[in-house]
Design a protein around this ligand. Structure first.
Ligand code: NI
Length: 258
C-alpha cells in the first residue's frame, strides 16, 4: 500500500473525474490521499472530496502564493480544523520565487498557521520555495516542532533537509525527484532516514517520469516511490510500507478518520 500525502484533486483539472481517480488508485494499490487546501473560498471543495471518499483526507490552510484572498485568523483555522476529515494545517509557508516585493504578509500568515497547528495539535504542511532560511527561522521562532509536520514537495538542499529533520519534520518527495536533472533532490532522498519520508504527487501538477508534462493524479505516486526505491537500493515494498507507516504516525487524526 502507498499513500499520496499531498494532492489537489479538488482542482478543476481533476475534480470531475474523481470516481475514475479512485479506481486508478485502487488498481495501483494507493490506499489513501490527502487533499490539501490552498485557500478558504475553495475549502468546501476539499472537504467535499474527503466527505465523499472514505480514503481521502483534508487539510485547512491558505497557500503563500495566494495574495489576494481572505486572510485566516488563528481562531478560524482552529475552528475549521475541527472537521472530522481534517488531519493537517496547510498548505502554508513561504514562496519568494512566485511572488516578490514586500512579503511581510506571507510571513505573518505562516506564523498564523503555525500557531493554529500548535493550538489544535494537528501537523503542518509546509511549502517553501526560494525562502528556506526564513522558513526555518520562523519555524524555530514559532516552535513548530511542537506540532511537527512535513516539508512537502521538497526541492531544497541537504542542509535544509537536515535542519527540518532535526526539528522532527518529515520530508515529502513529489514527481520532481524522478526528473533527470534533480541531482540535489535525489541526494536528499538517498541520504535521509526512511523513518521521516513521505511521498506525494502534488497533482494535478508535476507528473513523475514517464508521465512528465502530462496531467498528474494520485495513482502516479507509485512512480515516485519506485524511483526512490531505485535510488536507495531498497525494495519498492519497503518504501511503500515505511511511507505508509510514517503517514499515519505523523497525521494521528488520519487513524481515527481512516
Ligand atoms: Ni500543493
Amino acid at each position: 500500500m502507498l499513500i499520496d500525502s499531498h494532492c489537489h484533486i479538488n482542482f478543476p483539472e481533476l475534480a470531475d473525474q474523481a470516481d475514475l481517480l479512485m479506481a486508478q488508485m485502487r488498481q495501483n494499490h494507493v490506499s489513501h490521499a490527502l487533499c490539501v487546501a490552498v485557500n478558504l473560498p475553495e475549502l468546501p471543495s476539499v472537504l467535499d472530496m474527503a466527505e465523499r471518499y472514505a480514503n481521502v483526507f483534508a487539510s485547512v490552510g491558505v497557500h503563500p502564493d495566494y495574495e489576494d484572498t481572505p486572510e485566516p485568523s488563528v481562531a478560524q483555522l482552529v475552528a475549521l480544523a475541527q472537521h472530522p476529515r481534517v488531519i493537517a494545517i496547510g498548505e502554508t509557508g513561504l514562496d519568494y520565487y512566485r511572488l516578490q516585493g514586500d512579503l511581510q504578509w506571507q510571513r505573518e500568515r505562516f506564523r498564523t498557521h503555525i500557531r493554529a497547528a500548535r493550538e489544535c495539535g494537528k501537523p503542518l504542511i509546509i511549502h517553501t520555495r526560494s525562502a528556506a532560511e526564513d522558513t526555518l527561522r520562523i519555524m524555530r521562532e514559532e516552535n513548530a516542532q511542537e506540532c511537527g509536520g512535513v516539508m512537502h514537495c521538497f526541492t531544497e538542499t541537504w542542509e535544509v533537509a537536515q535542519a527540518a529533520l532535526e526539528l522532527g519534520f518529515y520530508i515529502s518527495f513529489s514527481g520532481i525527484v524522478t526528473f533527470k536533472n534533480a541531482t540535489q533532490i535525489k541526494q536528499v532522498a538517498q541520504n535521509m532516514p526512511l523513518s521521516q519520508m513521505l511521498v506525494e504527487t502534488d497533482s494535478p501538477y508535476l507528473a513523475p517520469v514517464p508521465f512528465r508534462g502530462k496531467l498528474n493524479h494520485p495513482a502516479l505516486v507509485k512512480h515516485v516511490a519506485e524511483h526512490i526505491a531505485d535510488l536507495r537500493g531498497q525494495s519498492f515494498a519497503e518504501i511503500a510500507a515505511a511511507t505508509t507507516d510514517n503517514f499515519f504516525r505523523l497525521f494521528q487524526a488520519a487513524r481515527a478518520a481512516a
